[in-house]
Write a protein that binds this ligand. Structure first.
Ligand code: PEP
Length: 260
């Protein structure tokens, strides 16, 4: 059975010191939840995406829990090495313990002007390298949603972003459907609309690609108040949480409600 994915995107927040304080609380709650030896029975996997500078510290802290807690970077560059000031390679994030990488987050696309094509190059580099599962973020803005163009829009993001795996078998993929109008606004998608989009995305992936295991998770103003309603839908395989993941108690509550 597919485990649900509950992922935290810390964005540009938290130093190593903050990470230590965060996990002191988070792991205290986790240890109270179950005996460590039986975490495997949990129906959910946690993924943490701290900033690059906190990857090693986070990995050190979650190491005893790696059977259900994983580490992700928030980005990578597609080249292996060279004169790319400010960029981070796949080997570099692997050396910090990452097994996931977020690719094409809407903040990368909108603030740093990353195109679908660049996103596709990053996905290609990840699959050529092996060992990392991409978390490909897609999602329409408000104007597109108002014109009911969301399916067409995410279809292009998927087609270009995943062009490199056409006609090829890959083992795993996570797609994060994150409507831009729902990110950080406190206005999540209505559960029915979310389910419809996830069903569409799953159908598109199944028809066009050969992937051993893929999951479609939702992101955009997820909190403890709406997690249950979202997770009750058959095509919503998990969540990517930004703002509400920054507080360890609130992220633990989200995890507990989703994994229950
Ligand atoms: C995100 O940026 O990936 C996100 C989902 O943010 P938030 O939960 O704050 O809307």
């Amino acid at each position: 059975m597919k485990k649900k994915i509950i992922a935290a995107n810390f964005k540009m927040n938290k130093t190593d010191e903050d990470i230590k304080k965060y996990f002191a609380v988070f792991l205290d709650r986790i240890n109270g939840l179950k005996n460590k030896t039986s975490f495997n029975d949990l129906d959910a996997e946690l993924i943490f995406a701290p900033p690059f500078t906190a990857l090693r510290e986070t990995h050190k802290i979650i190491e005893p829990y790696l059977d259900f807690m994983k580490l992700s970077s928030q980005n990578i560059y597609f080249e292996k090495s060279g004169a790319y000031t400010g960029e981070i390679s796949i080997d570099m994030i692997k050396s910090c313990g990452c097994t996931y990488a977020i690719i094409g987050h809407s903040e990368r696309r909108n603030i740093f002007k990353e195109s679908d094509e660049l996103t596709g190059k990053k996905i290609e580099a990840i699959y050529n390298d092996g060992g990392i599962t991409p978390i490909l973020c897609i999602g329409e803005n408000l104007e597109i949603r108002r014109q009911n163009g969301q399916e067409k829009f995410v279809e292009r993001q998927l087609a270009v972003g995943l062009n490199c795996i056409k006609g090829r078998n890959v083992s795993s993929l996570i797609v994060a459907y994150e409507p831009v109008w729902a990110i950080g606004t406190g206005i999540p998608i209505k559960a029915d609309d979310g389910e419809a989009m996830h069903k569409f995305i799953s159908g598109y992936i199944t028809s066009n690609f050969s992937i051993g295991e893929f999951r479609v998770i939702y992101g955009g103003s997820v909190t403890e108040a709406n997690i249950k309603e979202l997770m009750d839908n058959p095509h919503i395989d998990g969540v990517l949480v930004g703002g509400a993941s920054l507080d360890p108690q609130s992220f633990y509550n989200i995890f507990k409600l989703a994994a229950a």
